[in-house]
Every structure is written in structure tokens, then in C-alpha cells.
Design a binder for this molecule. Structure first.
Ligand code: FAD
Length: 395
């Protein structure tokens, strides 16, 4: 038995012993799971699963042991993930603490900042959100105008963020603020960590077309933030911000690749059901071709992910290539939901109420949600610009 095989046996037995039956089969997307933080009280089984994983460092499988992680190698972390996927189990902990601000703190945080924040992420004590976009600064993020003015050992922050995912459920926000309004726009920005319990921080949820309200406007009114909460140097936050965006885009791409792993099987099953063709090939050639085309693209995408994982193993942080991951993953996901809705036909027209199965209602909402995939984390047009300039060197 190789080392990895014996690791798999060990982790499988851990999962079998500790994952509550009620959670098995419940994971649909990569973001399904416990987000932690001061505001969410987890259901008893979710908490049991979280506690068991925490004891083994498995809430942050690949993070080092000294911050509370399990110190797994990339290959071992993937085995853990595969064992979760085998039982359709949600990971014990999810969120942007693990995928965005955590990795950025490893790269840019001081030792004191790492000691303060990383263990609290691992222990699920703090839920983070991202304060980048503003009403006047989306794609052109460097135009942001939230101001931070220094007063002794504090900054006083005033301004507004928008589209802050789950701000109302979060405890801390990592925010970009303007500290030098006279400098060229990228040069006057600072990356600041803000405790959302600080007086002057407030949030207001925004309702979406899908009926859900996953994000907010976030307001800062004379919010006093210690200078010690600056990541990197004052006025040099743009470099940190871009590094975090690399992690964000990789995370979106990887998460969506996980979501689409079973897409072909699911789509074929749905098509067989909807078209009344339990066996043999599907009768509708157009649908057959569309499913095959998406399936081929998904496989190519899986190879690309593997190649980028390989460079990550060699110590290369995700750079502009993460834009490729993001754009392809989000467009593939949209293609999949377009096909699902087309296959469902009239069943995809339901919004709520009798006459529709919960599965069909959920699919319609997922289809609408997938519209946002090519906007969040930077729009497709912006990703194409980055690829043209920084990957292909056309700028
Ligand atoms: C689901 C979701 C969650 C989000 N969560 C967060 C969050 O947690 N925190 C956060 O800070 N932000 C978040 N955002 C905001 C997101 O980052 C922005 O929506 C995105 O960067 C685009 O900015 P904008 O909406 O202002 O669009 P705009 O920048 O106004 O763009 C409008 C249109 O113009 C195009 N365009 C703009 N500039 C160019 C250009 N140079 N070349 C070609 N085309 C261009 C765009 O592609 C787009 O089609 C989220 C967005 C969504 C949809």
C-alpha cells in the first residue's frame, strides 16, 4: 500500500466514524457548508462534524499545524476532498477566510497578524467578507473613494462599499481604502482589516432577482481602525489587493469545477427522464450534441486545473492565469444551467407553489444565480483584458 493509499484508508475511516448521517448526500456546491462566525448557530450535527474535524486540523486541511490546520500535502488534501465528495458531504468549514484572506495573510501578513487571525479562521470563530466594490468602483476598482484618514495610531474610515457578499452575517471585513487622495490612483490605496462590531459600521441587504439576498451595501461612518490592522504597507495595498483577487478567481474557478464534476451524468439523467428515453441514446440530436460539447470542454478544463495545481505545488501563487480559470469555469457553469433549463422545458418556468418539484424550482433559481458568475470576482470582459495584457502580452 502506498503512503497515499494508507492515508486514504485512515481518512475514510475518520469520515465514516464522524460524519453525521443527516449531512451525507446534502452537498450540492462547494460553498455548501458551515461558514462559522459569531452570528451563525450551527445545527447540532453540523457542529458535531465541525468539532470532530477541528480536533484533527481538518477545518483547514492544507494549512500548517501551528495555526491549527492539518498540514496535509496537496495530494492528501485532495484525497480528503474526494472522500467528502464520495459521500456528498459538506466540508466542515467553508468561506472566504479559508479561500481568500487566509492565503493572503500567509503571503503578506506580519507574524503578529497571522497569529491573531489565522487560528480564529481555522476555529470558525470569525466569518470574513470582502469590501472591495463601491458604487463608483467595480471593474475600475482603483477608483475607489472610501477614505481613511490617519489620527495617531488609528485610521478614521468614511465611505461605502457595495455588493459585499454576506456582510450582514460576517464579523470582519477586509477593505480597500484610500489613504492618499493626491497619489496616482493605484498608489494611494491601503488594505485594511476592520472588525465589523466597531461603532460606525452598518450593512443593508440587497435583494436579487432570484429572491435571495446574499449581499449588502456596507457603510462606514467615522470608523476607528487601528493602524496595526494594515496588511503590507500604507499606500501599497494595491499589490495585496491584486494577490487576493488571484486567490478569489482561482477559488471561483475551482469551486465551479467541483460543481460541474458530475454535470454530464446529471444532465444525461435529466434528459432521459424529460425525453422519456430510459435506455440507449437520447432521441434529440441537438441535446445530445450540446451535452457532449459541454462534457468535452469540462474535461479540458479539468486538465487545465490540474496544470495550475501542479504550479501551485511548485510554490507559484495564482497570477493572471487565474483569470483563465475564472472565465472558463463561469461560462461552463452557465452553459450547464442553460442546458438543464432547456431540457426541463415548461418545468423550468416554475418559481414557487404547487405543480413543480423542489428540484425543478431549485434548478430555475440556480440558472438565474449563474448569471452572476460572469460578473462576481471581476466580469468576463475584465478577465479577457487581463489575459490579453498579462498572459498574452498584447497590452
Ligand atoms: C454575486 C456577486 C457577489 C459579489 N460579491 C462581492 C463582494 O463580496 N465584495 C465586493 O467587493 N464585490 C462583490 N461583487 C461585485 C463585483 O466584484 C462587481 O460587480 C464587478 O467587479 C463588476 O463591477 P460593476 O458591477 O461595478 O460593473 P461595471 O464595472 O460598472 O461594469 C459594467 C459593464 O461594463 C463592462 N466593462 C467595464 N469596464 C470595462 C473595460 N475596461 N473593458 C470592457 N468592458 C468593461 C463590464 O464587463 C460590465 O459588463 C459581487 C458581485 C456579484 C455579482
Amino acid at each position: 500500500m502506498t503512503e497515499l493509499e494508507s492515508f486514504r484508508a485512515e481518512i475514510r475511516s475518520f469520515v465514516e466514524q464522524n460524519a453525521p448521517g443527516s449531512l451525507r448526500g446534502t452537498r450540492r456546491g462547494r460553498f455548501d457548508g458551515y461558514w462559522g462566525g459569531r452570528k451563525e448557530i450551527p445545527a447540532p450535527d453540523v457542529k458535531r462534524w465541525f468539532d470532530a474535524a477541528l480536533e484533527r486540523g481538518l477545518t483547514a486541511p492544507a494549512w500548517p499545524r501551528d495555526v491549527g490546520g492539518a498540514g496535509l500535502s496537496d495530494a492528501e488534501a485532495r484525497v480528503f476532498d474526494q472522500e467528502l465528495a464520495r459521500l456528498a458531504l459538506p466540508p466542515p468549514l467553508v468561506g472566504v477566510g479559508l479561500t481568500m484572506i487566509g492565503p493572503t495573510l500567509f503571503d503578506y501578513g506580519s507574524a503578529a497578524q497571522q497569529r491573531e487571525h489565522l487560528p480564529r479562521i481555522v476555529r470558525g470563530e470569525v466569518r470574513w467578507c470582502q469590501g472591495y466594490s463601491e458604487p463608483g468602483a467595480g471593474s475600475d476598482l482603483a477608483s475607489l473613494s472610501t477614505r481613511a484618514v490617519r489620527e495617531d495610531d488609528h485610521f478614521v474610515v468614511n465611505g461605502q462599499k457595495i455588493w459585499t457578499s454576506f456582510a450582514d452575517k460576517s464579523d470582519w471585513i477586509f477593505a480597500l481604502v484610500r489613504t492618499d487622495p493626491t497619489a496616482k490612483k493605484q498608489l494611494g490605496i491601503t488594505f485594511l482589516l476592520i472588525d465589523m462590531a466597531t461603532p460606525g459600521v452598518s450593512t443593508r441587504p440587497i435583494e436579487l432577482i432570484s429572491g435571495a439576498s446574499p449581499f449588502c451595501e456596507t457603510f462606514f461612518e467615522d470608523v476607528r481602525v487601528p493602524v496595526a490592522n494594515v496588511i503590507g504597507e500604507v499606500n501599497a495595498g494595491w499589490t495585496v489587493a491584486k494577490a487576493l483577487l488571484g486567490y478569489e478567481r482561482s477559488m471561483i474557478g475551482e469551486a465551479m469545477s467541483g460543481d460541474i464534476a458530475n454535470a454530464e451524468v446529471e444532465l444525461v439523467a435529466r434528459a432521459r427522464e424529460a425525453l422519456g428515453a430510459p435506455n440507449g441514446s437520447l432521441p434529440d440530436e441537438a441535446i445530445r450534441l450540446a451535452i457532449a460539447r459541454t462534457a468535452m470542454q469540462e474535461r479540458c478544463f479539468a486538465f487545465t486545473i490540474e496544470r495550475l495545481r501542479q504550479s501551485a505545488r511548485e510554490g507559484k501563487a495564482p497570477g493572471s492565469e487565474s483569470s483563465i480559470l475564472k472565465i472558463v469555469a463561469s461560462e461552463l457553469k452557465q452553459a450547464r444551467w442553460d442546458q438543464a433549463v432547456r431540457i426541463a422545458g415548461p418545468l423550468a418556468l416554475g418559481w414557487e407553489g404547487a405543480g413543480f418539484e423542489a428540484r425543478d424550482l431549485a434548478a430555475t433559481r440556480e440558472w438565474l444565480r449563474s448569471r452572476a458568475n460572469t460578473i462576481e470576482g471581476g466580469t468576463s470582459e475584465v478577465q479577457l483584458n487581463i489575459i490579453a495584457k498579462h498572459v498574452l502580452g498584447l497590452g
